[in-house]
Write a protein that binds this ligand. Structure first.
Ligand SMILES: Nc1ncnc2c1ncn2[C@@H]1O[C@H](COP(=O)(O)OP(=O)(O)OP(=O)(O)O)[C@@H](O)[C@H]1O
Length: 249
């Protein structure tokens, strides 16, 4: 009997890479570029698992594979819960600029409905309140919101589908420091209230240290170190982890 919400076993993935052929038959061909290399980990119920690594190491690609977003991969990804939700880094581009907050949340409910969940419209004002926005925001457009408020709407759109696992890809990186702290507090509160599990990607190791239980360190698509966040940060074993930690001011 497992208590994990997600198991990723020996996952390797590839992107097709365009290549211009020389010679008489000119045009584009394809070859594969490996991005994830034999990645294995699991996320436990109620756990926040951090994922760190340099830009281009494959963190977002891993999320895409977990969400089944058109990624070819080898290995196994086993979900023990309903479809996970994702919150992206940039709350500006995540929201449809010509749709109101209410529309966005109702659309998120409809997406859940398409996967067989009952759509309860009364959840719209309720979830807004949960993320710290009053009902008056229902009729606002994204351009009428601050960056932090937009990220709250994105979080509400994820939460309204009542997921058990949420993938957070740099959810506070586009926000200024005080707003970052508010959004992190909100994420921690929602996690405790709904007993959520998070996969939390951040390049900010201080944020990872603050909110994660365990951490995975990814280098060029490979998990080079993993473990309890305190243990990994206080006694890093791999040179790459030591290098990432040394870069923190
Ligand atoms: N759609 C794509 N087609 C081809 N290559 C891609 C595609 N998306 C990403 N890549 C490549 O895959 C590698 C991993 O990218 P990915 O976005 O997963 O890294 P990341 O760790 O999330 O980086 P960052 O921290 O900058 O967001 C990079 O070399 C990137 O250029």
């Amino acid at each position: 009997m497992t208590d994990s919400v997600l198991e990723v076993r020996h996952v390797s993935s590839y992107y097709k890479k365009a290549r211009r052929f020389s010679g008489t038959h000119s045009g584009f061909g394809e070859r594969d570029m490996q991005v994830l290399r034999d990645v294995t980990f699991s996320i436990q119920k109620g756990e926040t698992l951090g994922l760190v690594g340099e830009s281009g190491s494959g963190k977002t690609t891993l999320c895409r594979a977990v969400l089944g977003l058109g990624m070819d991969y080898e290995g196994e990804i086993i979900h023990h819960t309903d479809h996970p939700q994702m919150v992206f880094q940039d709350p500006y581009s995540s929201l449809n600029p010509v749709r109101t907050v209410g529309w966005t949340l109702r659309e998120a409910l409809r997406a859940g409905e398409r996967r067989g969940k009952r759509a309860d419209r009364t959840l719209v004002p309720e979830i807004l309140e949960q993320v710290g926005l009053s009902e008056e925001y229902i009729d606002r457009y994204p351009y009428e919101l601050s960056g932090g408020q937009r990220q709250r709407v994105c979080i509400a759109a994820a939460m309204i589908q009542q997921p058990q696992l949420v993938l957070l890809d740099e959810p506070v990186s586009a926000l200024d420091v005080t707003v970052q702290a508010q959004i992190l507090r909100l994420l921690v509160r929602l996690k405790e209230e709904f007993r959520l599990s998070y996969l939390f990607i951040s390049h900010d190791l201080n944020v990872i240290y603050q909110i994660c239980d365990r951490v995975l360190v990814m280098k060029q698509g490979e998990i080079v170190e993993s473990g309890d966040v305190r243990q990994v940060f206080e006694e890093p074993q791999h040179d790459y982890t030591k290098m990432l930690l040394a870069a923190v001011d």
